[in-house]
Design a protein around this ligand. Structure first.
Ligand SMILES: O=C(O)CCC(=O)C(=O)O
Length: 197
C-alpha cells in the first residue's frame, strides 16, 4: 500500500490506522452527483427511533451488501455497483480482509452528522472495518468510556481509516459543525457474517 500509515491507537489486538490520501484520486468531489447517477445510488433519509421518538437521520445513506438490520432500519440485499465493487476488491486485497458490505453515508453539510455509536451488531465481523472519506474534511471522535481515553481524527479527502477490533471498547461519532458548508461522502466497508456472500 502506497501512503505511509499512521498508527493512531494500538493496544493488544485493537488498532486505529490512518492511510492519508489513500484514495484521493478515486473520485472528484465536484462530481458526486454524476457518481451517484452512474453507480445507480439512490441516497435516502431514514427515520431512526431514539428513546421511543422518531427522527430523520441527520444524513443520507445507501447500503450495498447482504440483507442487514441496524437500529430500526432494514436494508434489503443490494448488489454492489461497478466502481464500488472495484473499490471493495482493492480494499480486500490491500487489507487482506474479505469485505462484503458497505454503508454509504452522505453528509450534505456540517449540519449533517452521525451520533455516538459502535458498529457492534452480532452480524458484523468487527475484526476489521475500513472507512473511506471523500470531499469536505470532517472530524471523527472516538471515546473509550472505561479508560476515559478520547481521540479526535480529521478525515480528509481520500483518507482511509482502518479499525481493527475497535468496536468492543470504543464509540465513535461525526459531530455537527456550523463552519462546514460542503458535502462529504463516506463509505464504510464491513463484513456481514449472517447471510454473507
Ligand atoms: O462518516 C464516517 O466517517 C463514520 C461512518 C460510521 O461511523 C459508520 O458508518 O458506522
Amino acid at each position: 500500500m502506497n501512503p505511509r500509515p499512521r498508527i493512531l491507537h494500538q493496544l493488544e489486538n485493537e488498532s486505529l490506522i490512518l492511510f492519508p490520501g489513500f484514495a484521493s484520486d478515486w473520485i472528484d468531489p465536484l462530481k458526486f452527483s454524476d457518481f451517484f447517477l452512474n453507480e445507480g445510488i439512490f441516497l435516502q433519509q431514514n427515520k431512526i427511533t431514539v428513546f421511543g421518538k422518531e427522527y430523520n437521520e441527520p444524513r443520507l445513506t445507501q447500503w450495498m451488501g447482504p440483507r442487514y438490520r441496524y437500529s430500526n432500519i432494514q436494508w434489503e440485499q443490494t448488489p454492489f455497483s461497478g466502481t464500488i465493487d472495484q473499490w471493495k476488491l482493492q480494499l480486500t486485497e490491500s487489507l487482506n480482509f474479505n469485505f462484503n458490505a458497505v454503508l454509504i453515508n452522505f453528509y450534505r453539510s456540517g449540519m449533517d452528522s452521525m451520533g455516538k455509536h459502535r458498529d457492534n451488531e452480532p452480524e458484523i465481523d468487527t475484526s476489521c472495518i475500513a472507512s473511506l472519506s471523500f470531499g469536505e474534511s470532517r472530524s471523527i471522535h472516538f471515546e473509550n468510556p472505561s479508560t476515559k481515553q478520547k481521540l479526535k481524527v480529521i478525515l480528509n479527502h481520500g483518507d482511509l481509516l482502518v479499525m481493527h477490533h475497535l468496536q468492543k471498547n470504543w464509540w465513535h461519532s461525526i459531530p455537527k459543525s456550523n463552519k462546514i458548508f460542503n458535502p462529504r461522502l463516506n463509505l464504510t466497508f464491513r463484513r456481514i457474517l449472517a447471510n454473507s456472500d
